[in-house]
Design a binder for this molecule. Structure first.
Ligand code: AKG
Ligand code: FE2
Length: 321
């Protein structure tokens, strides 16, 4: 397999409305991209541009507020809300990521059994008072991108030789974490190469990313070269995370990537980690049955919490720098 030099583009229209043959064609492209690259763009995903623009605009306004104001919705144990500069340290990185971010999760009622049982990552979202449009705009985006995630997983299931609804029962109350990420303009103090996000692979199954026009996302191929993942009009960037790599018995690759904001101005992106239910069993023997499994079964929640605890100390460790 030769190392990739660009990221494929897949038109997913057939997944949402197409015939079995159309779904099969998209699934074939998804399979190739997940096997060889671990990254691909999707077009014709069906999200209205106005939904994306409203989320981006109100997020930009939020990040421009004074720090004291943003800190009123600082993230704590539930991992929802605002994270200031210095709060995220990728595994193995020397410096914390040069970014701020705000995280939204699945809204569950207080009497939901998982909430009552104290399941990690569950609970209510934290919403800032200002800007007033932030909550409705982010909630709409959250729902819309979750729908794209579901459609996409249909293609992923078929690409793995499973029925299109294979993932549905594993995504009843998904650990969908949607993060707006704000990368400040780099100044001389940081230097031109400071990582907005240090090289890492994503923790979960599937990530869906919208990025503004700044550029700066780079993806590492097998020979170690960094390949640009520039913004593409109307497209989302999709990538495989470690949990899907594990579930697929390493047939799908979770590719390292990084962000350096070389644009000379601020950069904004919205990353959605579309992951299964906390208790969903991740067993390669179930998804890839014709060979010996390389990994023990685990649950989505155990895997993701383990990774989150290594990267986010919420003040308890060196990420505070
Ligand atoms: O902002 C981006 O373009 C990518 C962010 C990313 O890789 C992450 O948050 O895991
Ligand atoms: Fe990432």
């Amino acid at each position: 397999m030769s190392p990739f030099t660009s990221i494929p583009v897949i038109d997913i229209e057939g997944l949402a409305r197409g015939s079995e043959a159309a779904i099969g064609q998209v699934a074939e492209q998804i399979r190739a991209a997940c096997t060889d690259v671990g990254f691909f763009y999707i077009v014709n995903h069906g999200i209205e541009p106005a939904v994306i623009e409203a989320a981006m605009e109100s997020s930009r306004e939020f990040f421009h507020l004074p720090l004291e104001e943003k800190r009123k919705v600082a993230a704590g144990a539930s991992h929802r809300g605002y994270n200031a500069l210095g709060k995220a340290l990728m595994d193995g990185a020397e410096l914390p990521d040069f970014k701020e971010f705000f995280q939204v999760g699945l809204e569950l009622p207080a009497d939901d059994p998982d909430v009552l049982a104290g399941q990690p990552l569950r609970g209510s979202n934290l919403w800032p008072e200002r800007p007033a449009a932030f909550r409705p705009a982010m909630s709409r985006y959250y729902d819309a991108i979750g729908e794209v995630g579901r459609v996409l997983l249909r293609g992923v299931a078929v690409s793995l030789g499973r029925p299109g609804d294979f993932f549905d029962s594993r995504y009843a109350k998904p650990l969908q974490r949607t993060q707006v990420v704000y990368y400040p303009r780099l100044t001389a103090a940081e230097g031109p190469d400071r990582f907005g996000v240090a090289p890492h692979s994503d923790f979960g199954c599937i990530t869906l990313l919208y990025q503004d026009s700044s550029g700066g996302l780079e993806v590492q191929n097998l020979t170690g070269d960094w390949v640009a993942g520039p913004p593409l009009e109307g497209a989302l960037v999709i990538n495989v995370g470690d949990l899907l790599e594990r579930w697929s018995n390493r047939h799908f690759v979770s590719t390292k990537h990084r962000v350096i904001n070389r644009s000379g101005h601020e950069r904004l992106s919205i990353a959605t980690f579309f992951d299964p239910d906390y208790t969903a069993l991740i067993d390669p023997a179930e998804l890839w049955t014709d060979e010996a499994p390389l990994f023990e079964p685990t649950t989505a929640g155990d895997h993701i919490m383990g990774r989150i605890q290594r990267s986010f100390g919420y003040g308890a460790k060196k990420a505070e720098a």
